[in-house]
Design a protein around this ligand. Structure first.
Ligand SMILES: Nc1ncnc2c1ncn2[C@@H]1O[C@H](COP(=O)(O)OP(=O)(O)OP(=O)(O)O)[C@@H](O)[C@H]1O
Length: 583
C-alpha cells in the first residue's frame, strides 16, 4: 500500500500513537497499513490486533482491503469490528455468566425488532412520551456511572426501559458496551485477559468515542500489555448526543502518553471543494488538496427547487449523466432519515438503482429477506466478498434467534452452508424466475439446509416460510408492486456498489463519493432547532461539523439543495458561509 512519509512514520512508530488530521488525509488508509503491519508481526503468535471502527460499513471496507492485500490467511490474529461487536465477541459474549441478570444468556434486541418496538410503546405510554421522544430510544447512550445520555428522553423513562429489557433477558446496543465496561471494571482478570490477548488496539474515528468507551479502553491500557493507535479529527466530531466528547481524544492520548503524528493534505477532494470546506471550518495550517482527480469548475452548486425529487431528477441526475459519473459513486445526504425515506421510495419507483431509507420494499427484520438479498447479490455478480457477508449475516441471524454466538459459522462449516444456499438459490432460479415465486420456493429449501446443517435449531422449523408470508403481507399492505419485482432488485439491497446511496449525514462519516448531493439544507434541520429546542452555541458548532463532514465526502462535485415547498425554514446558513449565493 502506497504511503506518504508522514503516514509511514506513524505506522512504524512502536509505542502508543495518535493521529489527528483533516478529512481525506489518509487516516483510514494509515490505520489499515498499521493493521497489516501488526498482522505481519503477530502472525504465528497467540496475540491479536483489534481494529475498532465506527460503523459496519467501515468494518466491511477495512476487511475488504485486508483481504485484498492477501493478509486474510492470517485470520485469527486480527479482528475488525465496531466497539459493540468487539465487546460482544470478547467481553459480554464470553463473561455474561458473571452477571446475575444475564447468567443464562441474553438476546441482543435491534431497534426494528417487534419486542423492542412494543417495549418503547409500553414505556412511552407509561411516561406519556411524545413521538419524538419515542423515536430516540435507539440513540440512548450511557455514562460510566450508568446515567442515561439523551437530549430528549427523560432519565427515569430510559432507566425503566433498560430495567424492562433486563427482566426479559434482552439487551440493547448501548448496554452491550455498558455491561462490558462493568464486567471489566469489576473483574480485573478480564482486563488482564484482554490486554494479554490484544497486543494492539487501533481505534478509527476516535473523536466520536464516548467517556464510557474511553474508560473501558483505559482499563485495558492500565494492565500494560497493549499498544494503542488512535486516529481521528475533532473537527468531525458529530455524536455528542450519544455521549461523544471531542476533547477525549487529546485527553486520553495524554494519559497514555501517545506520540502525535501529523498528516497533511486532502487526497480525496479537488482544490475548489477544499476551499469551500475551509470557509466553514478553517484548519491550521489550511487544508490543501493533493487529489490527482481533475477538478470541475465550478464544482460546488446550490439550487433552491420545488422539492428533493425535482432537485435530484432536474439537476443532479443530468449532471451525473453529462459527466459520466456512475450511480455507484454517488450519494444523496440529508440531516435525517425522515426526509430521505420518501425520496428513496420515489427514486426506486422512477427506476433509479438506490439503496438506503425507503428503498427496501419491506422491513429489514425479515429473516428470509436478509438471506435472500445476499443470495441474489451473489447470483448477480459471483463476487466472493458476498460469500463472507452471507456468513456474517447467518451468524447474526443465529445469534438473534437463539441468543448464543455461534462462532463455528466462521469456519469451513459456515462457508459450506453459504455455498449450499447459493447453489439452491441458483437452481430454483431456473424454475422460478419471478422474485415472488422464487422467494416462496427458497424459503422452505433454505430452512431445510439451515436446520440440517445445525445453524438453526430444529424447533425453528417454519420460521423462514413464516417470514416469507409476513414480508409479502407487508408489501401488499403498502401497495408495493410485488409482481414486477426482480431478483436483481433484491440483490441491489445487499450489494449496493452500482447504486446511488441515500444516507444520513451521520451515516456518511468516513465515506467518499465522486459526487454528493445534500438535500433539505434548511435552517431548523442543519443546524437543528425548533420552537421547543432552541439553538445553543454547542448545538450550532456540532451542526457546522456535521455539514463539514457531509460536504467533505465529495471527491469532485457537491450539489446542495433547499426547497421552496418548505416555507417555514429558510435555506441553511451554512450555504452562505461556504460562499454560495442564496437569493
Ligand atoms: N498516500 C496516499 N496515496 C494515495 N492516495 C491516498 C494516500 N493516502 C490516502 N489516499 C486516498 O485518499 C482518500 C482519503 O483517504 P482516507 O479515507 O484514508 O482519509 P481519512 O483521513 O480517513 O478521511 P475522513 O476523515 O474524511 O474519513 C482515499 O481514497 C485514499 O485511498
Amino acid at each position: 500500500m502506497k504511503l506518504t512519509g508522514q503516514q509511514r512514520n506513524a505506522v512504524q512508530h512502536l509505542g502508543h500513537t495518535v493521529i489527528t488530521a483533516c478529512p481525506g488525509s489518509g487516516k483510514t488508509r494509515t490505520i489499515i497499513a498499521k493493521v497489516l503491519r501488526c498482522i505481519d508481526e503477530l502472525s504465528g503468535t497467540p496475540r491479536k490486533v483489534a481494529c475498532i471502527t465506527y460503523t459496519n460499513t467501515a468494518v466491511h471496507e477495512i476487511e475488504n482491503r485486508i483481504r485484498a492485500s492477501g493478509a486474510a490467511t492470517s485470520e485469527g490474529c486480527y479482528e475488525v469490528s465496531t466497539i459493540h461487536a468487539f465487546c460482544q465477541a470478547n467481553i459480554l459474549g464470553k463473561y455474561h455468566w458473571m452477571m446475575e441478570a444475564y447468567k443464562d444468556g441474553y438476546i441482543v434486541l435491534p431497534s426494528d425488532h417487534d419486542a423492542y418496538i412494543e417495549l418503547v410503546k409500553e414505556i412511552g405510554d407509561r411516561y406519556s412520551l411524545t413521538d419524538v421522544e419515542r423515536s430516540k430510544f435507539e440513540e440512548l447512550g450511557r455514562k460510566p456511572d450508568g446515567t442515561p445520555i439523551s437530549a430528549v428522553i427523560p432519565a427515569k423513562a430510559a432507566l425503566a426501559f433498560w430495567d424492562e429489557l433486563e427482566k426479559r433477558g434482552y439487551i440493547d446496543f448501548c448496554n452491550i458496551v455498558y455491561h462490558s465496561y462493568q464486567l471489566v471494571r469489576d473483574n480485573p482478570s478480564i482486563a488482564h485477559n484482554l490486554s494479554c490477548r490484544f497486543a494492539y488496539i487501533l481505534v478509527d474515528e476516535f473523536q466520536d468515542t464516548s467517556a464510557l468507551q474511553v474508560e473501558l479502553l483505559a482499563l485495558i491500557h492500565d494492565v500494560g500489555h497493549t499498544i494503542f493507535f488512535l486516529v481521528g479529527d475533532p473537527e468531525q466530531s458529530i455524536y455528542s448526543f450519544a455521549g461523544a466528547d471531542r476533547k477525549l481524544m487529546e485527553a486520553f492520548s495524554q494519559v497514555i502518553g501517545a506520540k502525535g503524528f501529523p498528516l497533511s493534505g486532502n487526497f480525496r477532494a479537488t482544490q475548489p471543494l477544499v476551499e469551500h470546506a475551509e470557509r466553514l471550518i478553517a484548519r491550521h495550517p489550511p487544508m490543501v488538496s493533493t487529489s490527482k482527480t481533475s477538478a470541475f469548475y465550478p464544482s460546488v452548486f446550490y439550487e433552491h427547487t420545488q422539492d428533493s425529487f425535482s432537485a435530484i431528477t432536474d439537476f443532479f441526475l443530468p449532471f451525473l449523466e453529462a459527466n459520466e459519473i456512475s450511480y455507484g459513486h454517488t450519494a444523496i445526504l440529508a440531516q435525517n432519515w425522515f426526509v430521505l425515506s420518501p425520496l428513496g421510495k420515489q427514486l426506486r419507483e422512477y427506476g433509479i438503482p438506490v439503496v438506503g431509507p425507503g428503498t427496501r420494499p419491506y422491513k429489514r427484520k425479515y429473516l428470509l429477506g436478509r438471506i435472500a438479498e445476499q443470495v441474489c447479490a451473489y447470483l448477480e455478480s459471483s463476487d466472493p466478498e458476498i460469500l463472507y457477508r452471507t456468513e456474517k449475516e447467518l451468524f447474526m441471524i443465529a445469534n438473534e434467534l437463539t441468543g448464543r454466538p455461534y462462532f463455528r459459522i466462521f469456519s469451513y462449516k459456515g462457508m459450506r452452508v453459504v455455498h449450499l444456499l447459493m447453489r439452491m438459490g441458483d437452481s430454483l432460479r431456473q424454475t422460478h424466475e419471478a422474485a415472488t415465486e422464487w422467494l416462496y420456493a427458497v424459503a422452505p429449501a433454505f430452512e431445510e439446509i439451515l436446520i440440517e446443517e445445525e445453524i438453526l435449531p430444529v424447533n425453528y422449523k417454519g420460521c423462514l416460510s413464516e417470514s416469507c408470508d409476513e414480508m409479502f403481507a407487508e408489501m401488499r399492505a403498502h401497495n408495493i408492486d410485488v409482481t414486477n419485482m426482480a431478483l436483481a432488485d433484491l440483490g441491489i439491497l445487499a450489494d449496493p456498489r452500482k447504486s446511488m446511496k441515500l444516507m444520513t449525514m451521520h451515516g456518511a462519516k468516513g465515506r467518499e463519493f465522486e459526487a454528493v448531493a445534500i438535500i433539505c439544507a434548511h435552517d431548523g434541520l442543519v443546524p437543528y432547532y425548533n420552537y421547543y429546542n432552541q439553538l445553543s452555541h454547542a448545538g450550532l458548532e456540532e451542526a457546522r461539523r456535521l455539514f463539514y463532514v457531509a460536504m467533505t465526502r465529495a471527491e469532485r462535485a457537491l450539489w446542495i439543495f433547499s426547497s421552496f415547498n418548505n416555507r417555514r425554514q429558510p435555506p441553511s446558513r451554512f450555504i452562505q458561509e461556504i460562499g454560495l449565493h442564496v437569493s
